[in-house]
Design a protein. Structure first.
Length: 95
């Protein structure tokens, strides 16, 4: 079965040894023919789920606006909850 997990603005797709992390974005360039449309950009290819999750966490930490370690911890906790919900939703659909 093909993997398709949505985690907020991220999408995880692939098979057992071929995982892709993508991000949903809205085109903001007014000169683009796709202005205002939602697009998906690939962030990376991964051989294991744990490597993908580490990269997702790393990206979120770098982009976070947290001003303290407490805020950063809360942000990471929220991300882990979203990821768990996305995995659970995928598993429910797979049954």
């Amino acid at each position: 079965m093909k993997l398709n997990i949505v985690v907020g603005k991220y999408i995880i797709t692939g098979a057992k040894f071929d995982l892709v992390l993508s991000e949903k974005k809205t085109v903001t360039d007014e000169k683009s023919k796709n202005f205002g449309n939602e697009i998906t950009t690939r962030l990376g290819y991964f051989s294991t789920f744990d490597k993908l999750v580490k990269e997702l966490c790393h990206k979120e930490i770098l982009e976070s606006e947290a001003q303290s370690l407490t805020e950063l911890k809360t942000h990471i906790d929220d991300l882990s909850i979203e990821l768990a919900e996305g995995v659970n939703n995928f598993l429910e659909r797979a049954q």
